[in-house]
Design a protein around this ligand. Structure first.
Ligand code: PAF
Length: 282
């Protein structure tokens, strides 16, 4: 599979396909360390955009805070290439930092409001970095469809607003969370977990299931649902809650009553690893 390294190569690839005529062009933005969750995005892209799927692999420095894991984020390019090819990618776009942020670059994309909610509150500047790099990718590749996982639900909300506000011609396709059989949501950061931390991390999906059970039983009050989720999370001593919120998925603003389309989002530290998980209620 061809590996492109420059924005110009990606743009030329996309334009060549566009000139050839019919058929959608798909982009799957990733930071590499691909797992089954990413593979499901690439497969979805390959289904809708057969032979026209670019997978970007770029560990984006601007979305990491100064004390976060940018330098130790897993980089597994050879394995990623295999996974992407097997899942149906056509090309990989793997730029270096200078390519995405040329010397002196001072232009950033800030999705105001949304970027300060949920993960944006705990990780100041994170969504500014995400919005900036995704805007660069969408402008370069001009895909019809771009594929993201529901696992990063707040990121999806930010990017939907980005695409709408900038009137970009790309539609975002949101694919379901992929879980291990025991319930752990797939994440590139799961490799940081010790065996005991991994066991305790299962409490995140348990907390979600508990809220879903309560909602099925008729409970709708956010305060009661959040308290129940926090109660479950408190069962594991290595787990420290960052946030548990019930929000409108489009605005990420808290709701007092959970209804169809409400997002239950949670983030917690398991040891020194921060994990997120979520579910759409009802
Ligand atoms: O979800 C991710 O892996 C990243 O935030 C993204 C969208 C590839 C931007 O760097």
């Amino acid at each position: 599979m061809q590996v492109l390294h420059t924005v110009e190569e990606l743009r030329a690839w996309s334009r060549r396909l566009r000139c050839k005529g019919e058929g959608l062009i798909g982009l799957v933005p990733t930071m590499g360390a691909l797992h089954e969750g990413h593979a499901s995005l690439i497969r979805a892209a390959a289904q809708q955009c057969a032979g026209r799927v670019a997978v970007s692999i770029f560990v984006n420095p601007t979305q990491f805070g100064p004390n976060e894991d940018f330098s130790r984020y897993p980089r597994t390019f050879d394995a990623d290439r295999e996974i992407a090819a097997r899942a149906g990618a056509t090309v990989i776009f793997a730029p270096n930092v200078e390519e995405m942020y040329p010397a002196g670059a001072g232009t950033f994309v800030d999705v105001e409001g949304l970027s300060e909610r949920l993960d944006g509150k705990s990780r100041p500047g994170h969504f500014r970095g995400v919005a900036t790099v995704v805007a660069k990718l969408l402008i370069a590749a001009e895909p019809d469809l771009a594929f993201f996982g529901q696992k990063d639900a707040a990121q999806v909300a930010v990017l939907q607003k980005l695409v709408a506000d900038l009137r970009l011609g790309t539609r975002l396709v949101v694919c379901p969370i992929v879980r291990k059989p025991d319930g752990l949501a797939m994440s590139s950061r799961n490799v940081y977990l010790s065996a005991e931390e991994r066991r305790q991390a299962l409490v995140l999906s348990r907390a979600i299931r508990q809220v879903e059970r309560l909602v099925s039983g008729g409970e709708r009050q956010s305060s009661a649902l959040i308290e129940a989720a926090r109660g479950v999370l408190a069962e594991e001593p290595m787990v420290r809650v960052d946030y548990v919120e019930l929000v409108d998925w489009a605005t990420l603003l808290p709701v007092t009553t959970a209804g169809p389309g409400t997002l239950l989002a949670l983030a917690a530290w398991v040891g020194s690893t921060r994990l997120i998980d979520n579910a759409i209620i009802g």
